[in-house]
Write a protein that binds this ligand. Sequence first.
Ligand SMILES: Cc1ncc(COP(=O)(O)O)c(C=O)c1O
Length: 430
Amino acid sequence: MKQAIAVHQNDLPVSEMAKSLVGSEIIKLAGQIKKKIAAGEKIRNFTIGDFDPEIFPIPDALKSAIVSAYENNETNYPAANGLLSLRETVSDFIGHYGHFDYTADEILISGGARPLIHAVYQTIVDPGDRVVFPVPSWNNNHYTHLSRGEAIFVETQPEDHFMPSAENLHPHLPHARLVALCSPLNPTGTTFTEEGLRAICTAVLEENKRRKGTGSKPLYLLFDQIYWMLMHGETRHFDPVTLVPELRDYTIYIDGISKAFAATGVRVGWAFGPAGIIGKMRAILSHIGAWAPKAEQVASAKFLSNISACDAYLADFKQKIGHLLNGLYKGFVALETAGYRVQAIAPQAAIYLTVRFDLKGCKTHTGKVLENTREITQYLLNEAGLALVPFHAFGASEDSTWFRLSVGTARLETLPDLFADLKTALDRLS
Ligand SMILES: Cc1ncc(COP(=O)(O)O)c(C=O)c1O
């Protein structure tokens, strides 16, 4: 029988980077939720930034194209920067749905968005370089850590819908190598306004003008728009280069099919930006081998070039997501109106709702006072069967009482029951 090696994780003789890598809080929470579900507890799990394929399957046309690609033996290495047919299709796709004018040579395909984000950091950031990003935001702290950079957290505010402003970022720009932005934002489901993003872009451009001729390297902008196809209501998507075209040489976009087409497990993402940077990212990823599988690339090229199939899928998908987000939002507004200490930000985009449980200092029926966010999270999980991720898991301060609700695995018909249980749990607090 194999003997387990009893070495504590922190004592392993590994690199300092590996030793100090922080595990995902969300994964820890997920383990706890799994146990509760296995024990038969009724848990509504809003923690996962993914889709339940039973509720949100990928488009049929994409699925059948993947199957036929395997039947046609599309199983050898794809080109290191992605199949030309897919890069050409992505060029047309982003031009059709946005104002993007990028050729196939300025586009890089990879196994989802994650390797591309990593490659941007690896291409731009040297050890010790500063990376500026707003918090809460998704995983920038980890990508900065992997590139041995220095993370500059810029905490955003609920009154700004948790989006950063030029004013917030400005003091940090002179010393930074990379600004990492995301809109629509994970975890909040909120977006940049046109004026808000334009002001940031202007500040980044001014900083680059200041650096010209000084020998300093430029300030780059990573713009993650993986959720841009999922805008709700009147909300519009804005992006840096469309607003400020002179930023083209400094901006790298992250995008893909994972969220737009509920295809998180299919693993096809793309980046686009200046050809030189994209070329370096390709070189880095070719050593890692983080290609999207060839059959999925062939199929994605076929599907994404079928605009009417994309439109039909998106219309239905966005409607379902929108109903869920609005149903939840209305439920929270009703609770707030009835005097409960909750708050929600109206949904704008993506699959997330931002809610606040201002329950610090409340006493439970057992006489225990909820002291911090961790205890509020546990109370909601144990007493209302409601599983949410607190914003501090996305880098916000420990005492933030704001949470992310993800609807990718939720069913509309379960909401009345959820709000009834939540109300009971809140009623038991004093
Ligand atoms: C903002 C953001 N960017 C990128 C990703 C990763 O996308 P992918 O699954 O394509 O790697 C996620 C996944 O949750 C995300 O929320």
